[in-house]
Design a protein around this ligand. Sequence first.
Ligand code: AOF
Ligand code: ZN
Length: 375
Amino acid sequence: MLANHTKWMNFAILQGLRSKGATGKNPPVGCVIVKNDMLLSYGRTGVSGRPHAEEEAINNVSDKKYLLGSLMYVTLEPCAHKNKNGVSCAEQIYKSGIKEVFVSCIDPDNRTNRKGIDFLKKKDIKVHENFMTGEASKLYNGFFSRIFYKKPYISLKIACSLDGKIALKNNKSKWITNELSRSYSHFLRSQNDAIMTSSSTILNDNPRMNCRLNGLERRSPTKIILDRYLKVSSNYKIYDQSIKSDIFLYSVLQKKHHLNENKFVKKIKVDKKLNNEDFFNFIFKDLASKGINNLLIETGSIINTLLLSLNLVDELLIFRSGNIIGNDGLPFVNKLNFLEINQLTNYKISSLKTFEDNILEIRNLTNKDNRCSQV
Ligand code: AOF
Ligand code: ZN
C-alpha cells in the first residue's frame, strides 16, 4: 500500500511543479484527492498564489458527497488562515469529509506553522506528517530561503564549454551550448520568480532574459538589472516588454530622467559606500521583501566570481557542451585565491540531464541545511 501512497504524493509533487515560478510570493503546492485508490481530483496553487491547491482540488469535485471518506495528498501543510470567503484550507478539508491527509512539508509561515495540522488532528482526521518531505521540499527551496534567511534561493546559470569557458578570447559566446540546452534554460527561467543580470552582460550580449518557449511566455520571470552607473539605455532588448511587468533596476548613481519613459522600471538606489558583500546582501534582502523566492542569475565571470567568492550561490546550473575552447577563452569564474583544498566550497551534485551531447549539472551548496534543487 505504501507504494501507492508514494505514487499519489509523486503526482501531487508534479502538480506543484506545474505551478513553480507562477505563484508570486506564495509557494507552489500540489494536491491530489483519492478514493478507493482511484483518482478523484487534483489541484495546484493558482497564478499569483490563489486559489490554494487544496481548495482547487476540493472545488474540482462536482458532487461533494464523493469526498466523504477520501484521502488527500498535499505537498505543504494546509493553511490555517482564512481565504477571502473566510475559510482556511484546513477547514475546507474538514468540512468536505476527507478522512486522512498525507502532508510532505510543514508550512513555516507563522499564520499556519503546525496550526493547520493540529486543527485537522483535533477534528479526528488522520494526518501523516513529513511524508516524502525530501522529494517535495524541492518545491520550497525559495520559499524556505525567503522565510528563514530573508533572501531568495540563488541559482547561478552557466553555459560553458567542456573546459569551463563561457566565451572565446574575442568575447564571442553565441552559441556554446546547443538548442535543447538553451530551451531547457528557458524552462528554468519560467520556474524562477526573477532573473538577474548585469550591465556588462547586457552591453556585451544584449539579452532579452525572458522565457521564449511557446505557451510559457507569460511565465517569464521578473527582470532584475544591476547597473551601478546607469550605462544601459532603453534601446537594449532587456527593456523591450511584450508582456508588461515590473523591472527592478539597482544602481548607485541616480539620474533623474534615466528610463523615465518606461513606467515599469522601478529604480532602487544602493549606497555606493557598500562593499560587494553588503551590496549583494542589500539587493537580496530587498528582493525577498518584494516576495521573490527563487532568483536565477545569468551574468558573466565578474559577477560569478563575486557571488561565488562570497558564498552567495545556493545552486549551480551548469550547461556544458562538448567543445574545448582553451585557456585563452573566458572562464566562468576568475581567480579565487584559495591556498588550501579544505577551504574550497563544495557543490554537491543533485541532478544530471543530457541534451544530445550537452550536459546539465545541477549542484547545490553542501553546507546549507535541507535545501533542495530545481527539478
Ligand atoms: C495552502 N495551499 O496552495 C498554498 C499555501 O496570501 P495567502 O492568503 O494566499 O497566504 C499565503 C500563505 O499560504 C503562504 O505564505 C503559505 O504559508 C500558504 N500557502 N497554503 O494551504 C496552498 N500556496
Ligand atoms: Zn490554504
